[in-house]
Write a protein that binds this ligand. Sequence first.
Ligand code: SPQ
Length: 440
Amino acid sequence: MIQLDTTTSNHLLTIDRKLDSGLHGEISIPGDKSISHRALMLGALASGTTTIRGLLLGEDPRSTAKCFQAMGAEISELNSDLVTVQGIGLGNLQEPLDILDAGNSGTTLRLMLGVLASHEQRFFAVTGDKSLRSRPMLRVVKPLREMGAEIWGREQGGKAPLAISGRNLQPIHYQSPIASAQVKSCILLAGLMIDGETIVAEPERSRDHSERMLSAFGAKIKVDGNTVYLQGRSQLQGQEVTVPGDISSAAYWLVAGAIVPDSDLLILNVGINPTRTGILEVLLEMGADITLENPREVTGEPVADLRVRSSQLKACAIGGAIIPRLIDEIPILAVAASLAEGTTVIRDAAELRVKESDRITVTAKCLNQMGANITELPDGMEIRGGCSLSGAEVDSCDDHRIAMSMAIAALVAKGKTIISHAECAAISYPSFIPTLQKLF
Ligand code: SPQ
């Protein structure tokens, strides 16, 4: 039985699955969230028309679209496979008449700050929902201020709402203390409007969708190891973009197919950019039966279909350079690790504490309520595997990745699981619950 109660604003997802059959079939996943944001933003900043196929029609890209529409970009309705953006050209964003609302989306707010800070003689105010207003912004505000940006906000500009007075910025050579695609992309977007070379280096390589897409739109950009060099003031030209499926969304089905006995799932059109495939490497190391089929390239991004069949998983150690390559998949990996043989230790992932929720605390709490054996570490988790999960009432804390991870855990739990605020899945995966229903 799978049921979604939508009678109150807190949508309750109830899952009670008979444990005697596997999951079978083909699954189409929605467009990559990170690439969708960037396609909308670069489309708006470019000259000419950008067409986007396969855009994620989730709440987060909708927030990006609304913000850029409020600054003059013409973006067609986000309700079909083809979205068009009439760009207004670099430096031409209009001063919005109202506060820009990034909703729940850290990517929208942090990337947009780089764009706004470099739009001279215009004033902007930006905010987000309760979760986003609690997330750290100094990581982007600090380098932007070093470039000459004028930004004000709570906690010395560390928390939204923020106010920005656009300025003529100076290029920077920034050594980021954290591996973060949002920090890197924010600085690069600010660098677009500046004379000279902007350089960003990070301790480990984070996802590189901005670099790939900036290059496709005509920016002069070079990557050497963990350092990116961007020459400012090159004009961007609208492009035809096809967004591959999101490996972060595929991750739920990869784990479901691995842990539900007698399963065989084919997940179609998954982006396998090497800066995102940490989940595949870890699951393979854990003994998952995953094969890549039909590898191909779509608008500069590698793509394949992924087949997963159930198998007995074993524990592994997860830490170091792989962390930025699977950061959003750690809640679902914790589900896999709870069922694996042995103890899995996840380290170097303190960033999880400042996502949509504190994903270390919330993942451990929810899974422990279901019978898992997880101890929180300051920067990760120790997960003693081999557990039999039981249904429980768990609070997703409005975090899409937690809600979906617990739904997958519920597939192998004995008895009924009730997940609160399941509507938040629509942030990154609006068709998650219908897809789950089809597999029942
Ligand atoms: O956009 P947001 O809310 O920050 O989304 C998350 C997610 O789980 O969907 C993180 F909470 O993904 C980030 C990701 O963790 C998206 C992202 C990007 O598109 O650049 C980069 C990562 O964040 P960071 O802080 O490591 O740069």
